[in-house]
Each structure stands twice: as C-alpha cells, then as structure tokens.
Design a protein around this ligand. Structure first.
Ligand SMILES: NC(=O)C1=CN([C@@H]2O[C@H](COP(=O)(O)OP(=O)(O)OC[C@H]3O[C@@H](n4cnc5c(N)ncnc54)[C@H](OP(=O)(O)O)[C@@H]3O)[C@@H](O)[C@H]2O)C=CC1
Ligand SMILES: O=C(O)C1=NCCCC1
Length: 266
C-alpha cells in the first residue's frame, strides 16, 4: 500500500487563490446539478449533552477533467472561540477510486472557510447584478466567515461600501479597521463601516451576508430594500429555522434557499 500523502494547512494556504476557488465551486455546483457528481446529505453526529458536532460530508465526482472520491470530516465546537481556536476544524480525505485505498489527508479548515464564501459569491453572481456602481454589502457578524466573505466579495464585486454589524461591537470595529487597512494598502477606495444597530446596517444594502451562530432572527424583512439578495450561513443545532432573517410569506426576499439546479446548468 502506498504511503498516505499529507497536505498541511501551510501548503493549502499557499495554493488557494480566489479566482481558482470561485471557479472550482461554480464548477462543482454545475457537476452536482448535471449529475456528474454524487453529493449525499451530510451526516451529523452530535456529542450528547454538548453543542459539539462531527459532520461527515462524502462526495464523488467524475468529469472529463477529473475523478475524485473523498470525504470531508468537520467538527463544530462552538466553545473553541474561548480557547482561541477556530470553532470549525476540518480534514479532507481522498481515496483511490479503483481500490478505495486512502491516498491523501489534507487540512480542510481553510478550504472550508474559502469554499463557504465562494459559494455565496457564486450565488450572488447569478442572482443579483452587483457589478454596477455604488453598491453596498452588509455583513452580519465579525468572525471567520464575516472576514472571509468581505475578502471574497471585494475580490469579485468591488462594493463601494461594506457595512458590518456584530453582537460585540468592538469586533465589528476591529474587523472594519483591518479590512480598511488592507484595502488602503491595495490602493482601492471602498469604505468599511461598523454599525451599532442592525437595521441601520442593512437598510441600504444590495447584498446581505449573515455569518453568525445566532439561533433567532437578527434581521426583519421590513428593514431591507426590495430585491436585496441575502446569503445565509446556516448551521446551528436548530438550523432548520435559522436563516436569521425574519420574513413573512407575502414578502419576496431573494434568499439563497431559492437556488435550484437550473441556476447552475450551463
Ligand atoms: N468557519 C467556517 O468555515 C464555516 C462556518 N459556517 C457557519 O457560519 C457561522 C459563523 O461561523 P464562523 O464565522 O466560523 O464563527 P466565529 O466563531 O468565527 O464567529 C461567530 C459569529 O457569530 C456571532 N454570534 C454568535 N452567537 C450569536 C448570537 N446568539 N447572536 C448574535 N451573534 C452571535 C459572534 O458574535 P460575537 O463576536 O459577539 O461573539 C461572531 O460574530 C456559523 O453558523 C457556522 O456554523 C458554515 C460553513 C463553514
Ligand atoms: O463545510 C460546511 O459546509 C460546514 N457547514 C456547517 C458547519 C460545518 C461546516
């Protein structure tokens, strides 16, 4: 049996770039839609009496370009935040598709973070035209996903304003400062603005990304502009009901849940 190849997070971080990740995620969505990939519903193992979860996410793809059989194993340990560790940690296993032998184990934490933001970028690209001038992005949250969404969206769309609201306001301020510094270094002109109030944060937004672990709604549908596109990062224990917007059945919001296979068929 050949040795199992290990790919560390350092190597992964050197390889990842937004153009490749966004196009790989878009291609993966097309492959799933057009049945060149098998992606079953993930399994969820919750450790009793805790909020800690192990997810198993297997998949198989077979196209002219590549064949791969793999499984991502992800843990969600919310209390890691207090230990200065990411609450989500992941590893990706790749198997030989002829023998089933394990061939590669790679760190999947950074890939998971990038993949999640790239999926929002692809959804936004197809649902909402944000390439015209003067568009505003609102981000709810200031953790891992908030930061990576801001980076991914600016890479792809160039919003002129990015609004950030977070339960702990100081973290929204810190994130805005960091993103503003980076954009100034790159010579771009967008503005990053922390908000104390969620309604103020979202009311001018053309696109909203919710990136919190909140289990109750944070945004009321009456606060947002008609035609707004909302990308919801969805996982908590009560995930079925937590896209963190408060809506009613008569109000049309462009939620990511509207995505159907046809959006990604070429
Ligand atoms: N990281 C990843 O790769 C992925 C994450 N996700 C999902 O995205 C969401 C965010 O994950 P991530 O960014 O990694 O987590 P972080 O721990 O980095 O950030 C969590 C964010 O949620 C906020 N928050 C937590 N509880 C509440 C609450 N009750 N009300 C309001 N805000 C709250 C925190 O605010 P505060 O600063 O005040 O604590 C913080 O802004 C989670 O639902 C996660 O499952 C999904 C796919 C991948
Ligand atoms: O990889 C993903 O997708 C995840 N979704 C929910 C939380 C764990 C990671």
């Amino acid at each position: 049996m050949a040795a199992i190849k290990q790919i560390t997070s350092e190597t992964i971080c050197k390889i990842l770039d937004w153009k490749s990740v966004i196009s790989a995620v878009e291609e993966a969505m097309v492959n799933v839609s057009e049945k060149r990939a098998v992606q079953n519903v993930r399994s969820v193992t919750q450790i009793p009496k805790t909020d800690n979860i192990l997810f198993a996410m297997p998949g198989y793809v077979n196209t002219d370009k590549s064949t791969a059989l793999g499984c991502k194993l992800v843990t969600l340990f919310p209390s890691n935040a207090q230990k200065n560790l990411p609450s989500i940690l992941a590893n990706i296993l790749l198997f030989n598709e002829n023998t089933g032998a394990l061939e590669v184990i790679m760190d999947g934490t950074e890939i998971t973070a990038w993949r999640t933001a790239a999926a929002s970028v692809v959804a936004t690209k197809y649902i909402r035209d944000v390439n015209s001038q003067n568009k505003t992005l609102a981000i709810i949250g200031a953790g891992t996903q908030a930061k990576i969404h801001a980076i991914a969206f600016q890479q792809q769309f160039k919003f002129v304003k990015v609004h950030v609201w977070n339960r702990t306001h100081e973290k929204a301020e810190m994130l805005c400062k960091e993103l503003q510094c980076q954009s100034t270094l790159h010579g771009t002109i967008e503005e990053y603005i922390p908000f104390q109030n969620v309604e103020e944060c979202v009311k001018e937004a053309d696109v909203i990304v919710t990136t919190t672990s909140a289990t109750t709604p944070l945004i009321h549908h009456k606060w947002v502009k008609p035609g707004v596109h909302i990308n919801g990062k969805l996982w908590t224990k009560s995930s079925k009901n937590n896209n963190r917007t408060n809506s009613d059945k008569n109000h049309k919001l462009d939620l990511i849940t509207k995505l159907g296979n046809s959006y990604f068929s070429k």
